[in-house]
Design a protein around this ligand. Structure first.
Ligand SMILES: [Zn+2]
Length: 93
């Protein structure tokens, strides 16, 4: 089961870029999140908490001068890679 981690999926230490690949369900993707029909209270609390944690993690990293990039699992991976590469080039220029 894919849960929510607070550690980045990809880290570019020199460029200070942290990349997270967020699951559509677990992170409440605006396009793909669906509320399960049972235990609605549980799930809305759980997903809400995940989103709050994502924000807190982003803030912690930003405070340390990192660039945080979040990629939805539904995103085209080569487009995401281009986006990350562009940020990396800018950071290491
Ligand atoms: Zn999605």
């Amino acid at each position: 089961m894919k849960g929510v981690r607070s550690r980045a999926d990809l880290v570019f230490t020199k460029a200070k870029i942290a990349v997270f690949v967020d699951g559509c369900f677990w992170h409440g993707c605006p396009e793909h999140f669906f509320m399960p029909k049972t235990n609605t209270d549980y799930w809305s609390t759980k997903i809400g908490r995940n989103a709050a944690r994502d924000k807190a993690v982003n803030q912690t990293l930003l405070d340390k001068g990192w660039t945080v990039m979040r990629v939805w699992e539904h995103e085209d991976s080569s487009a995401a890679a281009d986006r990350i590469e562009a940020a990396w080039k800018q950071a290491t220029r």
